[in-house]
Design a protein around this ligand. Structure first.
Ligand code: ATP
Ligand code: MG
Ligand code: MG
Ligand code: MG
Length: 571
């Protein structure tokens, strides 16, 4: 590809609304553009990488014997009513009506559709096991889309669903998918960990998540120092010995609109274990007139013997009226708190920042630490954080549940998730086959997801420096960049020869043939920003000595390669 005929709208400055590095760099490199909250256009350069990830996933799934299908994004409500999820799913499910006033949704996942296919098309145990997958656009109306592709509303997922007549057979496919996921993430060059996950509301007996290790990850994952034990924090907390808590409600003064809840109610509402919520105060905020968003909730998770001081919500823009509490009360300890609901500057409040933000931010309007920064408020400064208190049941240094070693906690980006679904959907939809004895049997199911577009961002989170992205060869949009320098015929000819030879050999080559008005410095900076792993410079100066300059994106220094050897060297 020649840059003169290409679209790579690079940006020098870091876009102010991008918080994490992958979002910043992918915007700057001209790989993606935002169209609305959580919705992105893939530009040519970005799409190339996305498709390479897709192909690695596809190859490994095919190798594991899975069959590719493609299901519609729009799904009829009837199927979701059959499974019961039309009622259960909540506002993340984007619902709409067609011209005949029939209810539909845009699929956030495809268990219902695939189970419908299976009940119609599979009749005998002889056809099983069967593993069907697709690589398809999902829509989830995330309450807080953020971090660019990492939490979009529309995103690309590989989702697979397997069908079996026995738990043993499911276990076999599940193990195969576990191994396949390891192959995929290894080929992508990612530093990742499979961890045990809580199967939660979907039910089923076993579940694993695959996490890319990165500070920007939204999840906490827990490892043993001395064994293979690894779990996400929810799973680790579920097996940790519970801490005793007493139910409590917190009284508010009349200036706020109080909505007192017990710990149990709150933990149910927040979908966290009661052990995580100690004392909670939930206040319904008022809604801005033209806002379609649900009325914001402000939640405080507080622990210990405390009294409440003045707490304002002025940092939450969606809350029109500041909330005020009796002025003679004092906060002794606030364990977790949504960012915006900490008001009084000057108070010393120990706050467990990340955990509380992670737990609460999905439920609290405008209350994420990063967002508050974005809105021009420095939460940490305004909140006077003087200490960080751990609210979790599981903390670093705890004994590993398997008895070997102690626990370490790291941040992870969930890029894959595999699940033993059991018979939840097949039972509800009546998906049966005839078994060996000619008896109708409800099928047992597994499901296996990979966030294909999230993987692209996660790769950048792990592979970047102050000059830009650094793509692993396997998914670099272009593996080799060529910068010609000088006007001589020899430079021109050799550039064409090298470009054509490499392209014909199947490499993705980016030739920066922009004219003299674009300085070599700018061209080098763009190649670095885009993260091309291998760059060569064909110049008059080099050719005088018979050499071409080669530079690896990960290395500091360039080296000279004899011009006759450049193809062998690069291939
Ligand atoms: P998360 O915990 O991040 O919300 P999830 O557990 O809801 O993810 P799953 O239902 O397990 O997601 O979906 C399978 C995969 O799809 C996830 O492992 C993740 O990689 C990806 N994914 C989920 N939600 C998003 C999103 N909003 N944007 C991009 N990728 C996503
Ligand atoms: Mg989710
Ligand atoms: Mg998850
Ligand atoms: Mg998941």
């Amino acid at each position: 590809m020649r840059t003169s005929q290409y679209l790579i709208p690079t940006i020098k400055e870091t876009p102010s609304d991008a918080v994490v590095i992958s979002h910043q760099l992918m915007l700057r490199a001209g790989m993606i553009r935002k169209i609305a909250s959580g919705l992105y256009t893939w530009l040519p350069l970005g799409l190339k990488t996305l498709q390479k990830v897709e192909n690695i996933v596809r190859q490994e799934m095919n190798k594991a014997g899975a069959l590719e299908v493609l299901m519609p994004a729009a799904q009829p409500a009837e199927l979701w009513q059959e499974s019961g999820r039309w009622e259960q799913y909540g506002p993340e499910l984007l619902r709409f009506k067609d011209r005949h006033n029939r209810d539909f949704c845009v699929g956030p996942t495809h268990e219902e559709v695939i189970t419908d296919l299976a009940r119609n098309e599979l009749t005998s145990y002889k056809q099983l096991p069967m593993n069907l997958y697709q690589i398809q656009t999902k829509f989830r109306d995330e309450i807080r889309p953020r971090f660019g592709l990492m939490r979009g509303r529309e995103f690309l997922m590989k989702d697979a669903y397997s069908f079996h007549v026995s738990q043993d057979c499911l276990q076999e496919t599940y193990d195969k998918m576990h191994a396949t996921y390891c192959n995929i993430f290894n080929r992508l060059g990612l530093d990742f960990r499979p961890v045990e996950a809580d199967s939660g509301s979907i039910g089923g007996s076993s579940s694993h998540e695959f996490h890319v290790l990165a500070e920007s990850g939204e999840d906490d994952i827990v490892f043993s120092t001395d064994s293979n034990y690894a779990a996400n924090i929810e799973k680790a907390e579920a097996v940790a010995p519970a801490t005793e808590r007493t139910a409590a409600t917190v009284e508010l003064t009349e200036t706020a609109t109080p909505d007192q809840k017990t710990i149990e109610e709150v933990s149910q509402f927040l979908n966290v274990s009661a052990a995580q919520v100690v004392k909670t105060l939930i206040v319904e905020g008022t809604q801005e007139e033209d806002s379609e968003a649900p009325a914001p909730l402000i939640a405080l998770v507080v622990r210990g013997d405390h009294e409440l001081n003045e707490i304002k919500a002025e940092h939450i823009p969606a809350v029109a009226e500041p909330l005020t509490f009796a002025s003679d009360t004092r906060i002794k300890e606030v364990i977790g708190c949504s960012a915006g609901s900490i008001g009084p500057v000057g108070l010393e409040i120990p706050v467990y920042v990340d955990r509380a933000a992670a737990v609460l931010s999905d439920f609290v309007c405008g209350a994420n630490k990063d967002d508050v920064h974005l809105q021009g408020t420095n939460w940490e400064r305004d909140a006077q954080i003087t200490d960080v208190v751990d609210l979790r049941n599981v903390v670093e240094g705890d004994a590993s549940p398997d008895g070997n070693g102690t626990l370490t906690i790291k941040r992870g980006i969930e890029v894959g998730h595999i699940f033993q679904l059991g018979q939840k959907y097949s039972e509800a939809l009546g998906a049966k086959v005839l078994d060996q004895n000619g008896k109708a049997q409800v099928m047992t199911m597994g499901c296996y997801g990979i966030g294909v577009s999230r993987v692209v961002a996660a790769t950048v989170e792990q592979n970047n420096d102050d000059r830009g992205m650094i793509w692993p060869d396997a998914i670099a949009p272009y593996q080799i960049g060529i910068v010609p320098m000088g006007k001589s015929e020899e430079v021109k000819e050799l550039t064409e020869t090298v470009y054509n030879t490499l392209t014909d050999a199947g490499y993705d080559v980016l030739l920066d043939d922009r004219d003299k008005k674009t300085s070599p410095g700018v061209k080098f900076a763009d190649m670095d920003l885009i993260g091309i792993p291998h760059r060569i410079v064909i110049s008059d100066r080099g050719l005088k000595g018979g050499t071409i300059e080669y530079k690896n994106r990960r290395e500091a220094d360039a080296k000279d390669i004899a011009k006759e050897e450049i193809i062998t060297f690069l291939t």
